[in-house]
Design a protein around this ligand. Structure first.
Ligand code: SF4
Ligand code: SF4
Length: 407
């Protein structure tokens, strides 16, 4: 298997944009009437996931085969449906009718009040700004370095660059240190943004894909080994509020496109993107595309009930006329994708074998595992081959083949 480590010079410098919004512009949207939360690995009708069951905010819900999720609201489970998601991954969507006022999980409240960090480590499987928080506090592999990732992972998205400038970062890091027990914290910020005392600061130029974790891990000294975990600044701010006894499952999301200036909204995790857009007066028409994330790495939603999750930073609406349709064209070997690839993947060859379904060959001979998913090849492809989609599917298939699973 080939895994390249050296970076190419990206000839077309794409700068992270400025969306014209600031921290003072955050609009708090009220609680929705319904939230939806995916449970990966669960089965409908088993575990705690029963229709009619009452749930408290912050309650840990278990699926039948190891899937679990925190309820972001207080309410009643009104549906538990097995679904097929992105790249064919199966999950259970739990929909909760929101009761109104939060009634917080008793164990969580007690643990917060008594600074029971062992309980918090076991219970907080997700927090705003870190969808897989449990990986950070699990013991295999041990996370020694926590990177507070204040750079956005897509051009045009500003959520992290703004949230990392919020008050409470220092307090949040102090509290998080007790939960995570990592020896070192590193704060990654865009150039011009200051750090916090006592935490290593790494400054990144606002040129894409500098903000991607894969790039940082290869370029920043001390991050290249194992045991490194990334959290968004909102995860730190969550712990800052937790240190004051406040449990806040709100997530700040930048919403752009749809004929409006960019907006920053704070919504409860699990809120459907359709509810957010209608609150903002955005009408999604036939042929329009709604994307979770940004233009380079974002993923189009399959329906407007798809929720904002713990680490959703942006929702982008592309009108039908703006959508650049991918085509199933033949590669003309122009070489643009190879020249732009920051890790020198032979993209023209890779996309050929992936299109033929030769996933293992793609990994063994054509650097599938070196790809950092930046999407630059996709962006420059002159015949509009959906290269990144091929790559993501290829990785998923290689994983399935390795695990011997179908979903
Ligand atoms: S997405 Fe394309 S350009 Fe980016 S690392 Fe992967 S192969 Fe290279
Ligand atoms: S940019 Fe597109 S057409 Fe050109 S070599 Fe790469 S895959 Fe082929």
């Amino acid at each position: 298997m080939v895994k390249r480590r050296f970076f190419n010079v990206v000839r077309r410098a794409l700068r992270y944009g400025d969306a014209g919004v600031g921290l003072d512009d955050i609009e708090e949207l009220g609680l929705p009437s319904m939230v939806h939360v995916p449970v990966w690995g669960g089965q409908p009708g088993f575990g705690d996931l029963k229709v009619g069951g009452e749930v408290a905010t912050g309650q840990l819900l278990h699926g039948s085969d190891g899937g679990y999720v925190l309820s972001p609201v207080t309410g009643v489970i009104c549906s538990v449906v097995e679904r097929t998601g992105y790249l064919g991954r199966r999950y259970v969507r739990v929909s909760i009718e929101v009761s109104g006022e939060d009634r917080f999980d008793g164990g969580l409240v007690e643990a917060v009040g008594g600074s029971d960090f062992d309980f918090l480590r076991r219970h907080l499987v997700s927090v705003p700004g870190k969808g897989d928080f449990s990986l950070l506090v699990g013991f295999d592999p041990v996370v020694n370095v926590v990177v507070v990732h204040g750079m956005d992972e897509d051009i045009g998205v500003v959520t992290r660059r703004l949230m990392v400038q919020s008050d409470g970062l220092l307090e949040g890091i102090s509290y998080l240190k007790q939960v995570v027990r990592a020896g070192r914290f590193v704060l990654v910020v865009c150039e011009g943004i200051s750090g916090v005392s006592g935490v290593d600061r790494v400054e990144v130029k606002p040129v894409y894909p500098n903000g991607l974790p894969e790039v940082l891990m290869r370029r920043v000294p001390g991050l290249s080994g194992g045991g490194v975990g990334f959290v968004g600044p909102e995860a730190v701010l969550f712990f800052s509020r937790l240190s004051e006894g406040v449990i806040d499952f709100g997530k700040v999301v930048m919403v752009s496109g749809g004929g409006m200036a960019s907006r920053l909204v704070k919504v409860r995790v699990g809120t459907a993107v359709g509810d957010i857009l209608s609150s903002l007066g955005v009408v999604v028409g036939d042929g329009d595309r709604v994307i979770l994330g940004g233009p380079m790495r974002g993923r189009a939603v399959s329906d407007l009930e798809e929720p904002v999750m713990w680490d959703t930073d942006a929702v982008l609406v592309q009108s039908g006329s703006e959508v650049i349709r991918a085509e199933d064209g033949q590669c003309i070997n122009c070489g643009e994708c190879i020249r732009v690839c920051p890790v020198r993947v032979p993209v023209n060859m890779l996309v050929r074998v992936l299109a033929s379904g030769l996933y293992e060959e793609a990994a063994e001979r054509y650097d599938l595992d070196s790809c950092i998913g930046c999407g630059l090849c996709d962006y420059v492809c002159v015949v509009r081959i959906p290269i990144l989609q091929y790559i993501m599917l290829g990785r998923q298939e290689v994983m399935r083949l390795a695990e011997g699973t179908n979903g």
